[in-house]
Design a protein around this ligand. Sequence first.
Ligand SMILES: [Ca+2]
Ligand SMILES: [Ca+2]
Length: 208
Amino acid sequence: MISVVKILLLILLVNPRIVVDHNAISSANREFKFKNVASPAKDDAASRAKLTLIDGDLDGGSAELAALTDGRLPGDEDEPGSNVFFRAGSSGGRFRMDFGSAIDIAQVNTYSWHPNSRGPQLYKLYAADGFDPKFNLDPKRGVDPASCGWKLIALVSTLPDKGEMGGQYAASVSDLGRYRYLLFDVYVTELYDNWGNTFYSEIDVIGG
Ligand SMILES: [Ca+2]
Ligand SMILES: [Ca+2]
């Protein structure tokens, strides 16, 4: 007989591990050094992936999507042109990463930096191998990716419970498995004003 404990253990084992980290405004640094998450890498698997916007608009002040994987980091806490962020006042959007063929994904690390509400990260991460007959390469908002060939890997939130929202953030999702595609469903961090779209500085994908 399978006990509830065994089922819970199984869920823990197959679920990826999520680690989040934060450097306060005062301790933010150009190297993106964190206590619990590795600093961004230059020639990780994401640097060879193709990035495609699926839904939403990038802000006029945002860098091109490619800035997410160029290995370059902003030199300052408020450097729009070195970050990727969705249009001010919008509720975020979706983009896809294509590795060309399936790869073993050990880690997905996301990095952001801003002195205020555009610092923290809030997104859903999906992955797919593309073999599902119902597979939809471009599911827009309103279409649940899990209904068309994507697997929900993690809900990542680095939102602080209290205190300052600004600073540097890193999130690391481990042990994903073997996939060709990743989908990032990116949300605003707050709705009080138009400035809740995160400044994403870099996304690393570490192969297994
Ligand atoms: Ca990188
Ligand atoms: Ca970058």
